[in-house]
Design a binder for this molecule. Structure first.
Ligand code: XUL
Ligand code: MN
Length: 347
């Protein structure tokens, strides 16, 4: 069943084994240790783990640079012993009291300075963990009310911050993960087009790319498969968070394919078309268990997402493209539509 999986490598983050807390209620499952999560990741057939800077070095703001490097090295050894790579490190720029009104785009110069310093620390951790990839989810770069910030100045701040990161380490590569809203009302850099355009304004556009998350594209009213095709035509898709989302609600991080199997199928087809992963990129599942999930099923959303991906890969590879092209040439989209449905439903 899974013989075609060789060309894709998979990862998830420690936050994807979550405990069920939401803004209206407490956790519904006990917290698991990092070591437990790492062991499960390996057992489920995943190849790498993704990290926020403080997943790697907890309480990072209160640690000296020496202590930070020491702890990152200990983590690096743990990963090497387990045969697991670190895919990326992302600065968590949305939790500190310093980033209440934004990080790189805060109106407070001290907050902007904090955000840049924290990002450079994140790069130092990535070096120790032997990954060149930094992911920027620009969580609080945006506004609750538009008059509170100047959009043009914010764009310039974002470019300046990325420039500092690129200068700090000549090998680092930055993948911007766009999301149009939540926690902000309206976020800056809401789509892949914005992310890629921003990269071209920086001092080294070759080292700035993008990460697409299915749910974030859906929240922007876009088809994630088109976002993937667009980014890959620019050679800019360096990481991927597959999941699913039921329309314009809070960010749901549902298992891949859970809401719309056809949308998921088309994402896999887009990845296949451009050979995603050919340069070592990983497929990550940024998914969470439903809050109602019992402790015994705390990993199922990850195992199921990976299984759905591999099943859809078989479907993508078995799709009769020649027959589809005949229908396209005849402009018989009714038949094409039904052909896709029959293919997905199977016998
Ligand atoms: C938030 C989100 C994050 C990023 C990493 O919606 O997707 O988990 O992927 O910071
Ligand atoms: Mn994500």
């Amino acid at each position: 069943m899974t013989t075609l999986s060789h060309s894709y490598k998979f990862c998830f983050g420690p936050w994807n084994i979550s405990e069920g807390a939401d803004p209206y209620g407490p956790p519904t499952r006990p917290a698991q240790s990092f070591d437990w999560k790492l062991a499960q990741l390996k057992q489920l057939g995943f190849d790498a783990m993704m990290f926020h800077d403080d997943d790697a070095v907890p309480d990072i703001d209160n640690k000296s640079p020496q202590q930070m490097v020491k702890e990152a090295k200990e983590l690096g050894k743990k990963l090497a012993d387990a045969g697991i790579a670190a895919e990326m490190v992302a600065p968590r720029l949305w939790f500190s009291p310093m980033t209440i009104d934004g990080a790189y785009t805060s109106n407070d110069p001290k907050a902007r300075q904090y955000a840049i310093e924290r990002s450079l620390k994140c790069i130092d951790i990535a070096q120790v963990l032997k990954t060149k990839l930094i992911v920027l989810w620009l969580a609080r770069e945006g506004t609750y009310l538009r008059e509170s910030k100047n959009g043009r100045r914010s764009t310039e701040y974002l470019v300046a911050a990325i420039d500092k990161m690129l200068a700090h380490d000549k090998k680092v590569r930055i993948a911007i993960e766009p999301k149009p809203n939540e926690p902000m009302d309206v976020a800056y850099i809401p789509t892949i087009g914005h992310a890629i355009a921003l990269g071209y304004q920086t001092r080294d556009p070759k080292r700035v790319g993008a990460l697409i998350e299915s749910a974030h594209a859906i929240l922007a009213g876009l088809d994630p498969a088109d976002e993937i095709d667009f980014a890959m035509s620019f050679g800019k898709l360096w990481s991927l968070h597959l999941n699913d989302q039921n329309g314009l609600k809070f960010d749901q991080d549902k298992p891949f394919g859970s809401n719309n199997l056809r949308l998921a199928f088309n994402q896999v087809r887009a990845l296949e078309r451009s050979r995603y992963g050919a340069h070592g990129e990983y497929v990550a599942f940024d998914v969470h268990p439903f809050r109602a999930t019992k402790e015994a099923h705390t990993l199922d959303h990850l195992a199921n997402s990976r299984r759905t991906f591999l099943r859809l890969l078989e479907k993508a590879r078995a799709f009769d493209d020649a027959a589809a092209q005949k229908l396209v040439a005849d402009r018989n989209y009714q038949a094409l539509d039904q052909m896709v449905l029959e293919h997905l439903m199977g016998k």
